[in-house]
Design a protein. Sequence first.
Length: 227
Amino acid sequence: KRRASSLLDDVGIAGERRLQLRKFSKGMLQRVGIAQALLNDPEVVFLDEPMSGLDPLGRRDVRNLILRLRDRGCTVFFSSHVLSDAEALCSRVAILARGKLVASGRIADLQAFQVRGWEMVVGNVTAEVLERHRGRASQVTLLGDGRYAFELPLEPAPEVLLRDLLACGAHLVSLNPVRDTLEDFFVKKVGEQAGSRVDFSIAGAPRPAQAARLRGPNTPRRSRLEK
């Protein structure tokens, strides 16, 4: 009973514990399912789109819960079509398209060579210098206090423009590669194929699933909890 009460609090529906289940909204039912999956304190959890149907606060609660599970040494596998959730939570991802595995690995490794340009922030740029060199950038954004962000293509090397700007009295604030997001990587790998699906895993945490097989240290081998 204490475990159930704690889990209801973790998923943010402790105040509705006396409410009849048939009166729960879709988002509330989603939270109940996650609580059921965690009831036996499993070491590995599979979750299917755990943040589907949740409002922004509910999504935040579930994200924080997954991170807490990971920090406790639990392994979480979850599927999702929201790639920003995977980038925020996962250490490893697997991308499935039409039932086939098309890519897998650590997010940092998958995106390591997907550099598509540079962002160079430069200070003390006068209007004259800006007008002279802005055509060499894909886009120039005023950041304030005489600082501008230059979005540059991969080639030529950004040092060429930087050298010219420094010669005009400007100073470098930062220079960083612009990398593809996980969504960019996904689209490149599978295109806009109808019915594509993405599965993600978080090292050190469980994954949400509509029908999850869970096994914890105190769960009998053949025990199954399903929602």
